[in-house]
Structures are given as structure tokens and as C-alpha cells.
Design a protein around this ligand. Structure first.
Ligand code: FES
Length: 150
């Protein structure tokens, strides 16, 4: 095979092997992204209320606890000074981050790690913590208790 025939065969081979790639690049599907994009906005969860239980659940145990609540471990109790009101807190102790428990006996929150006591309104009754528990917004709709982290 002479040089000219060799270059002709190589050239035809390269052209033939790249033709499918060139055709695929020109098809309309190739111009679209591989992942489907939606033009609808993603619903925001900021300020959204989430159902965490019912009034019956609350009255059965004296509290509603959800350690997997999106904004942090949740405790909902009735306000001891006004049983018609509900109080919702992030149950993360402000001392070192343990999860506090509700004490129906003392009508407050107790930290099992270093014994901080929080009043039912979330304020510190006895340290070592110095900051109150973070509050969540809470409301009822019918029998449902709804909580928002904002
Ligand atoms: S973590 Fe709660 S008192 Fe220390």
C-alpha cells in the first residue's frame, strides 16, 4: 500500500468513526439538559406549620416530643399558668446541647446532662445554662397541633 492509499483509508476511517458523534450532537435531545428542570418554584418551608400531633396525644402524656422535627428536637406542652395555651420549644439545652425532658412534676424542662432546669416558658430556673430554650410558633387547627420553626 502506498502512502496516498494509506492516508485515504485512515481519513475515511476517522470520518466514519466520528460521524455518529457528530449526528448525535446535532439532534434536539442533545441540546437539552440531562436532568429535567422544572420552572415551578420549590415550595418554601420557612414559616410553614407542620402537624406534630393531636390535642388527645398531648393530654394523654402531658407533652408531645419529636426528636426528629426538622428544625431541631421538639417539645410541646400546655402552659401551666393557662392550660388553654400551648408552648413549643426546641428541646436542645442551651448549655451543651443535650435534649431536655419535660417534667410534669416540676412543670418545667430538665436537662439530663448537667441538671439545668428550665421553666415552662423556657427561661432558665437553675444553671449551668444561662440562655432560655428557643421557642417555636405553635397553633391548633381542630384537634391538630401545628408547629413552625420561624
Ligand atoms: S447540656 Fe444541659 S445542662 Fe449541660
Amino acid at each position: 500500500m502506498d502512502r496516498r492509499a494509506f492516508l485515504l483509508r485512515v481519513g475515511v476511517g476517522v470520518l466514519a468513526s466520528s460521524l455518529p458523534v457528530a449526528i448525535a450532537a446535532c439532534t434536539p435531545e442533545a441540546t437539552q439538559p440531562t436532568t429535567q428542570q422544572t420552572t415551578e418554584p420549590t415550595p418554601s418551608t420557612a414559616g410553614a406549620f407542620t402537624a406534630v400531633g393531636t390535642i388527645q396525644d398531648l393530654d394523654k402524656t402531658g407533652f408531645i416530643q419529636d426528636k426528629k422535627f426538622a428544625a431541631g428536637p421538639l417539645l410541646v406542652v400546655r402552659d401551666p399558668s393557662d392550660k388553654t395555651k400551648l408552648l413549643a420549644f426546641n428541646a436542645t439545652c442551651t448549655h451543651k446541647g443535650c435534649v431536655v425532658d419535660w417534667s410534669d412534676q416540676s412543670k418545667g424542662f430538665l436537662c439530663p446532662c448537667h441538671a439545668t432546669e428550665f421553666k415552662a416558658d423556657g427561661s432558665v430556673a437553675k444553671g449551668p445554662a444561662t440562655q432560655p430554650l428557643a421557642k417555636f410558633a405553635v397553633k391548633t387547627e381542630g384537634n391538630s397541633i401545628l408547629v413552625s420553626a420561624s
